[in-house]
Design a protein around this ligand. Structure first.
Ligand code: ATP
Length: 498
């Protein structure tokens, strides 16, 4: 097949798990403060293969050989520790076991998975009853998935996958956990998909099922891909190996498994580098030239392996959140904390300064107020006295009236000018009136009210003032009228002026 048809390409994929004994070990490991290599377990030790569009690939191997780990990497559920995974084209992968949320009901899981597969709400509504019917879960469909048996989970997962029409289907032992009726129904469905030309990964312990479905087979063996080839070739090899293995005594079998697991624990970055380089130096002949050539090649290989090992170690380290990264995070957090603390302190100082300024301006305005009040009061009392006088004289008629005699032009009609008692009386009666702008507490104490208006003060200046005062008298009258309307005590003013 041409390389254009490659749907999935896996190159030197490794997967390392760290086996922790206690919870604190796990936490320290997550924080990467502890990284003991003796806890490493390489579930995949460098696996490479290509899968073509429309192929059905069977994956076989003993328990713990890495079949599920491999499929979880292809499904992009796990990231590989090292190596490359390429999936070509617009591919949606649905793995049966993956993505079921234990806390959600079967029905909610269906909705969630379908939504994630890009189906619209309308499509979900249409397809959901078919999925529920296929799953044979009955009333359990509204129970949380955490209460399901593994067979029930497989039924739900397979039913969802079968109705989402993905390009690549990853079926991990679904048929071996479900009951036989469901298994044969699912098996028919898989055959249907195969006929449609879908790419299928199919993990099974049943050699019979694999032979029926798979075009090619991957034989996984303790983290390694022992063989990959046509089903008709690989399956006989695998079956023969199983037969031979089962013939061994129990201690022999246990010893073999223990040795293989030991290799998975001691596998290292150097091994990955060697695998990646794939530098096989041919066996040399006894000739001197050959021996020298070989020596040179070995030195070169050592150099390359060292370099590759360094790179691999970096790659492995990158999958962990290393100590340096934590240090950077801590520094960043401290920096942010410090900056925000300084900013807070700055804004506090600014607020204090503003508060001080407000306090100061309040104080100075409080200081100024009595003076203002005094001058206002002074003004208003002089208004009162003048207006009272003018009111008395003209009966609320402006002194601007040319018909009124005011020989000295001080705004006081001539016939009233000497009658200071009238002024006093008027002033006294007017002073407490709140209609005037002078505050009540200031006005009574104003000596200005008691002071008689000088009989003939400087003429021109007073003319204007008098006119103003006359105006204010008119204003006063108006205001007293309005106050009277509103029922205030301004009647005293009226009384005073009348
Ligand atoms: N999260 C994990 N942490 C530690 N070790 C793990 C983890 N997942 C898998 N392993 C180990 O990796 C190895 C491969 O496991 P995997 O589930 O891929 O095997 P398998 O071939 O699918 O087995 P089975 O046929 O029993 O399902 C096993 O030895 C397993 O114990």
């Amino acid at each position: 097949m041409s390389t254009e048809n490659i749907k999935i390409s896996v190159k030197n994929i490794t997967k390392r798990f760290e086996l922790m004994k206690t919870r604190s070990e796990k936490i320290l490991n997550i924080l990467s403060f502890s990284s003991k290599t003796d806890r490493n377990f390489w579930a995949l030790k460098g696996v490479s293969f290509d899968v073509f569009a429309g192929e059905a690939i069977g994956v076989v191997g003993l328990n713990g050989s890495g079949k599920s780990t491999l499929l979880n990497i292809v499904s992009e559920i796990y990231p590989p520790t090292t190596g490359e995974l390429t999936i070509n084209g617009d591919t949606s992968i649905i793995s049966i076991g993956a993505g079921l949320k234990p806390a959600l009901t079967g029905r909610d899981n269906i909705q969630l998975k379908l939504l994630m597969s890009g189906l619209t709400k309308k499509e979900i509504k249409t397809v959901s009853p078919d999925i529920i019917a296929f799953s044979e879960l009955g009333d359990f469909i509204d129970q949380p998935v955490k209460n399901y048996s593994s067979g029930m989970k497989a039924k739900l997962g397979f039913s969802i996958m079968a109705h989402t029409n993905p390009d690549i289907m990853i079926i991990d032992e679904a048929l071996s956990v479900g009951d036989s009726t469901f298994a044969s129904k699912s098996f028919d469905k898989i055959r249907e998909f195969k006929a449609q030309g879908k790419t299928i990964f199919f993990v099974s312990h049943s050699a019979g099922q694999v032979k029926q479905i798979a075009d090619r087979v991957i034989w996984m063996h303790f983290g390694e891909m022992r063989e990959m080839g046509k089903t008709t070739e690989v399956m006989p090899h695998y079956e023969q190996w199983q037969k031979d293995f089962n013939k061994k005594s129990k201690p022999e079998r246990e010893q073999y498994i223990s040795d293989m697991k030991h290799e998975q624990r001691t596998f290292s970055a150097v091994d990955i580098a060697v695998q990646q380089l794939a530098l096989d130096i041919p066996e040399s002949s006894a000739s001197r030239v050959d021996r020298e050539k070989r020596k040179a090649l070995e030195t070169q290989k050592d150099k390359l392996v060292k370099q590759a090992t360094k790179q691999t170690q970096k790659q492995i380290q990158n999958t962990k959140f290393g100590f340096i990264n934590w240090l950077v995070v801590i520094l960043l957090i401290s920096l942010i904390a410090f900056t925000s603390k300084t900013a807070l302190a700055d804004s506090q100082t600014k607020r204090d300064e503003t508060a001080k300024k407000i306090e100061q301006s309040k104080r100075s305005s409080q200081k100024k107020q009595p003076q203002k009040k005094a001058s206002k009061a002074k003004k208003s009392t002089s208004k009162v006295s003048t207006s009272a006088t003018s009111s008395v004289a003209v009966d609320s008629t402006s002194v601007d009236d040319p018909t009124i005699a005011d020989s000295d032009g001080n705004g006081i009609p001539d016939d009233q000018e000497t009658d200071t008692t009238v002024n006093d009386g008027a002033a006294e009666s007017v002073a407490p009136d709140t209609t005037y702008s002078a505050p009540a507490d200031v006005v009574p104490s104003q000596p200005a009210v008691q002071q008689p208006i000088p009989p003939s003060s400087s003429s021109t200046a007073n003319t204007g003032e008098a006119a103003n005062n006359a105006n204010s008298a008119t204003e006063s009258t108006t205001s007293s009228e309005s106050s009277a309307e509103s029922g205030t005590t301004s009647t005293s003013q009226n009384g005073g002026t009348q």
